[in-house]
Ligand binder design. Structure first.
Ligand code: MG
Ligand code: FE
Length: 169
């Protein structure tokens, strides 16, 4: 097998593990949010997209005669679990979570830009098409999080300043 194909396969497996991590993070965020319904709804939408992305990546790996890496996937899920537990102790969980989401979505964007270039180099038009499709979803999510960060921050501050109102999640 060519070096190019080997790198492409590795990056596809990394992306699959990243999407496993994304699924765990989004799932725990969505289940914990109580007072920010717009954020919860957008996270649930992206959770569904993320599960679809996993299937799309599995399709690419299968077509190339490979499969996801169980080791990488497990490590991704354990990382997400650790971050989820860490976030629960923050009194400004909703704001920290939004900031972390923005960072994570941008890491995903970088991963798919890399994959698109690698697929193009390897002459794999189908993988390129799939990664472009996923990239558009990550860009939309990153933009939504950024656009809504001021509103979430101010809603948190108002709730936090109000007696008897929970603000953190
Ligand atoms: Mg994703
Ligand atoms: Fe994403």
């Amino acid at each position: 097998m060519s070096e190019q194909r080997e790198h492409l396969l590795n990056w596809l497996r990394d992306a699959h593990a990243m999407e496993q991590q994304a699924e765990q993070m989004l799932k725990s965020q969505a289940s914990r949010i109580e007072h920010y319904p717009k954020v919860k709804a957008r996270i649930e939408q992206h959770l569904e997209e993320t599960r679809g992305q996993q299937r799309l990546l599995e399709g690419c790996l299968e077509r190339l005669g490979s499969s996801p890496s169980a080791v990488k996937d497990t490590m991704g899920m354990m990382t997400a679990l650790g971050q989820g537990i860490g976030g629960m102790f923050a009194s400004d969980e909703i704001v920290k979570g939004a900031m972390a989401s923005y960072v994570f979505e941008n890491m995903e964007i970088a991963s798919y830009v890399t994959l698109i270039a690698a697929a193009e180099q390897a002459g794999d038009a189908e993988t390129r098409r799939v990664c472009e499709q996923i990239l558009a979803q990550e860009e939309a999510m990153a933009q939504w999080v950024l656009d809504n960060l001021p509103e979430v921050t101010q809603a948190f501050l108002v709730r936090d300043a109000t007696d008897g109102m929970e603000a953190k999640k």
